[in-house]
Design a protein around this ligand. Structure first.
Ligand SMILES: [Zn+2]
Length: 550
């Protein structure tokens, strides 16, 4: 301790009182502890900073821990720094704070009454103890700075070896750093400060080891700022860092708001979509049983009507046999202004109807492109985008429904873009009501597959019947085609045998083998089929005949 009293209660300290006098008082046992009033003695020497200590060690709070040389030196250096740097300030050692019964190692009382306490902490108290003491200072309205002794500082380790780029913060240092944004160590030999500041922070390795840019400066140049001790350069760095931090926080907030707005937009759009879809669905259901093809035509432009009439004529469709498969409701039908009867029939006619290998596959993006072209030439009307929705979604969904009938089959699990044509022609199916059932089933399959009423049960039965008809019709058609092909092959073989200039020996063998395969109910591979077709077409061209008619 740096304070003792004489028999009159006068405070004495080793700086302001002559050493000679203090020695004398000490010898005559005239020095007392200001707290417990027991006898104190004066100690000083070449290796010892002048100070007082209890003669006996009673249970006194004044210096409950034995004072180390580092502690004594540190307190003295802090006091000297304050006196020199702030001449107008009242500085005192071991100042008792009545409000909280604490004793600050050094106190600085500014002219405006502001009190700043300094603690030179050289023992490893726990962070929680520091928190309590810090809270007491706050309660008393005193700003407190804790300066740790260099003996408390520890370097971190890398692969078991001390690493001077790392600082291992123990409980006390770590708590101060986290709470105050900085922790300072005073080297009492060089009278310099090692400061670790949050704005210099690099990264934290674990709870306590951090890589950090440390600031080392002489205590002499240190200054007290609003919330920390440092130098002007450190203050500038801090300011830059703080401005940047605020900017980043602002940006993050803006980003978050933008994201929120986007989400709100999507929600609104989804609501809109549900409303539009519901409206279209109601319209669809109202029209389903009453509308005639003539009425559908009134919703078309002249160009659309012309195309529609041409397709109806080509396929021989009328009100009774117009397939329900061309009146399917999808969630995205609202994107089309052209009636589904037109765009769905057109897809069938152009991409499915009588498509044979190798042209028996559908690539949906191509259809989408074709729609754009048709729109440009003034045939189809559709809104190509509504927020995140695209008119092509209707086409994709339509193909999903066609899969239900096994008219096409999606190729691969990952993509809905590519479909194999399973049947390239629809069987005749008459009856307006029956066709409406098919339309209804394909539109609302989810509701129909769980037959909840007699009506939906009936609809499902009709759908399954129709699906089976498509399958049978396809098989029948295949046999027809094959019979025709066998006749052609027999004829071509005979012609090749008779006139050698039409082909060669290999072709004769190939043709007879293919004919045999077909006669035995085997199917030709795509390659074989193409080769056979090429030979037949060549002979027909050379002789200018049709092999079937002859
Ligand atoms: Zn005492």
């Amino acid at each position: 301790m740096f304070v003792a009293i004489d028999q009159f209660g006068n405070k004495l300290n080793p700086i302001e009182t002559e050493e000679e006098e203090l020695r004398l008082l000490s010898k005559s046992k005239m020095l007392f502890c200001p707290e417990c009033l027991t006898v104190a003695r004066f100690a000083s020497g070449e290796q010892v900073t002048a100070h007082f200590k209890h003669v006996q060690s009673p249970d006194c709070t004044y210096d409950s821990e034995p004072e180390t040389e580092e502690h004594l030196k540190g307190k003295m250096q802090i006091r000297n720094w304050l006196v020199k740097r702030y001449p107008e300030v009242y500085v005192e050692f071991e100042y008792k704070i009545k409000e909280t019964n604490q004793r600050a190692d050094v106190i600085a009382i500014f002219p405006d009454g502001k009190r700043v306490a300094f603690e030179m902490q050289c023992s490893k108290i726990q962070g929680s103890v520091w928190k309590e003491r810090h809270a007491l200072y706050k309660k008393a309205g005193i700003q407190d700075f804790w300066i740790l002794g260099n003996s408390v500082h520890k370097y971190g380790k890398t692969e078991g070896k001390e690493d001077r780029d790392k600082h291992q913060l123990l409980s006390l240092a770590s708590t101060i750093y986290q709470t105050q944004g900085a922790v300072l160590f005073l080297n009492t030999n060089s009278i310099s400060v090692r400061g670790l500041y949050k704005h210099k922070f690099k990264y934290m390795h674990s709870d306590t080891i951090m890589k950090i840019d440390e600031e080392i400066y002489s205590l002499e140049v240190a200054k007290i700022y609003k919330n920390f001790i440092g130098t002007d350069a450190i203050k500038d760095d801090f300011k830059t860092w703080y401005v940047e931090k605020l900017k980043k926080e602002k940006e993050a907030k803006e980003q978050e708001e933008k994201f929120k707005r986007e989400q709100e937009r999507q929600e609104r759009e989804y609501e809109e979509f549900l409303i539009l879809k519901e409206k279209k669905r109601e319209e669809y259901l109202a029209d389903l049983n009453s509308t005639t093809l003539e009425q559908v035509k009134t919703k078309m432009t002249n160009n659309e009507k012309e195309l529609f009439e041409r397709l109806l004529k080509k396929h021989g469709y009328n009100d009774a046999n117009f397939p329900g498969i061309f009146n399917v409701f999808t969630d995205y039908n609202y994107m089309f202004h052209s009636p589904p009867q037109l765009w769905q029939l057109w897809i069938y006619d152009k991409y499915i109807y009588r498509k044979n290998p190798p042209y028996d596959k559908v690539w949906v993006p191509k259809i989408k492109d074709q729609f754009y072209k048709m729109r440009e030439s003034g045939v189809f009307r559709f809104k190509y985008k509504h927020g995140d929705y695209h008119f092509s979604f209707a086409i994709y969904e339509y193909f999903e429904r066609l899969n239900l009938l096994n008219l096409v089959e999606q190729l691969g699990y990952q993509t809905t873009k590519y479909h194999q044509i399973m049947a390239n022609e629809l069987p005749p199916f008459s009856g307006k009501e029956m066709n409406n059932y098919i339309a209804y089933y394909l539109s609302f399959e989810n509701e129909c597959s769980v037959a909840s009423s007699d009506k939906t049960h009936e609809i499902r039965e009709v759908f399954l019947l129709y699906k089976d008809m498509i399958r049978q019709f396809k098989e029948y058609n295949n046999i027809q085609v094959d019979e025709e092909l066998i006749t052609k092959l027999e004829y071509a073989k005979n012609l090749l045998i008779v006139s050698s200039e039409l082909g060669n020996e290999w072709e004769i063998k190939f043709i007879s083998k293919m004919a045999d395969l077909l006669k035995n109910n085997y199917k030709l591979s795509q390659k074989q089929y193409v080769k056979v077709k090429l030979i037949i077409e060549r002979i027909e061209k050379q002789l200018n005949i049709s092999l079937v008619r002859n």
